[in-house]
Design a protein around this ligand. Structure first.
Ligand code: F6P
Length: 348
């Protein structure tokens, strides 16, 4: 049976360990030796500070203890050197020297592009979409996204409870890089009244107008969910000039952020708007059943494909079914943002 390898790459995500465990269980079932590569492509290239433990034979017994843990036991890294064709050639050579007949890459868009290049160098690769951001167009969900949304929902529920007690609006920033899906789903699930995302242009004045209307209608504790990447789609607003008269609120050159937006809305709406940035608690938490189930099926599909000599594929979900498609097709698709849901949340 061919020897295969697995790595996790890019930002970690809940469910990555479950996917590695599934790969390990399936490899053991089919009698395929499994190599674990630590710290993403860095480990493959010997670029990390821990080269001695970066490439190792995976022991199923150890792996079985990791399945439901958050984070990634294999560690992860973002490997900028992998953009260099010469470096990729070195990686393919190393895999061939190790007799690795196929590689499972668990990561996001950038990691898949690395896998696509390795396929062109003769290494069959299978991608499992591991990122909380849900920014891959070909799949309805990426591993970790459901967990991140559930973590954010819990956080927003707590924030809304205290906002309600004090009749204060709240502004909550969630992750997602350039993708507003986490913000949109969190706002929908919590009944938040305003959502701001990178996909849609917005202005501080319009958000203030909406908040003022909510307050005038009696909603004194509305929640604004902001995607971390949404400041890029904000219409120009000179936050320094606006907040400068309120001494100590801003430093020269400071760009718009959750704290400054909440401060600005405080003065525009005469309301005690408080900001919370949820941060890593949404990425480092225990995976949900949905993410673990996807990990289980994706690991199985990845190993079966490699066992059958099939590479250049990524795994995803469509209509609640796990499927695979070619990396090239997957990476050529464009995302379809749920604009009608966005409009509904911002108008009810
Ligand atoms: O891609 C996952 C993600 O958590 C994004 O949502 C976020 O923008 C980014 O990673 C943060 O990366 P880092 O932890 O390296 O700053």
């Amino acid at each position: 049976m061919p020897k295969i390898a697995v790595l996790t790459s890019g930002g970690d995500g809940p469910g990555m360990n479950a996917a590695v465990t599934s790969v390990a269980r399936n490899a053991a079932y089919y009698g395929m030796p499994l190599i674990g590569i630590k710290r993403g492509y860095n480990g493959l290239l010997g670029l990390s500070d821990n080269i001695e433990d970066d490439v190792f034979e995976m022991n199923l017994d150890t792996v079985l203890d990791l399945a439901d843990l958050p984070g990634t036991y294999l560690r992860t890294a973002r490997c900028t050197q992998f953009l260099d064709p010469k470096v990729r050639e070195g990686a393919a050579k190393r895999l061939k020297e190790m007799d690795v007949a196929g590689l499972v890459v668990i990561g996001g868009d950038g990691s898949f592009r690395g896998a696509q290049q390795l396929c062109r160098l003769g290494i069959p690769c299978i991608g499992i979409p591991g990122t909380i951001d849900n920014d891959l167009a070909y799949t309805e969900m990426t591993l970790g996204y459901d967990t991140a949304v559930n973590a954010d929902m819990e956080a927003v529920r707590s924030i809304r409870a205290t906002s309600r007690s004090h009749d204060r609006p709240a502004l909550v920033e969630v992750m997602g890089r350039n993708c507003g899906d986490i913000a949109l789903s969190t706002a929908e699930a919590t009944g938040s009244e305003i959502v701001i995302v990178p996909e849609m242009p917005w202005s501080v004045e319009n958000v203030a107008e909406r908040l003022n209307k909510l307050i005038a209608s009696g909603n004194t504790r509305a929640t604004i969910v902001v995607a971390e990447g949404a400041y890029a789609s904000m219409q120009p607003f000179d936050v320094y000039s606006y907040l400068k008269p309120y001494s100590g609120e801003i430093f020269e050159g400071e760009q718009m952020n959750a704290r400054l937006l909440a401060r600005t809305l405080k003065y525009m709406c005469h309301a005690e708007v408080r900001a919370t940035v949820i941060g890593y608690t949404q990425r480092g938490c225990q995976p949900t059943a949905r993410d673990c189930s996807f990990a289980f099926e994706a690991g199985n599909m990845a190993v079966v494909l490699l066992k059958n000599g099939i590479g250049n594929q990524v795994i995803g979900t469509r209509n609640n079914r796990t499927f695979h498609t070619s990396i090239d097709t997957a990476l050529s698709e464009t995302r379809n943002f749920k604009e009608s849901l966005y409009n509904l949340i911002n108008s009810l």
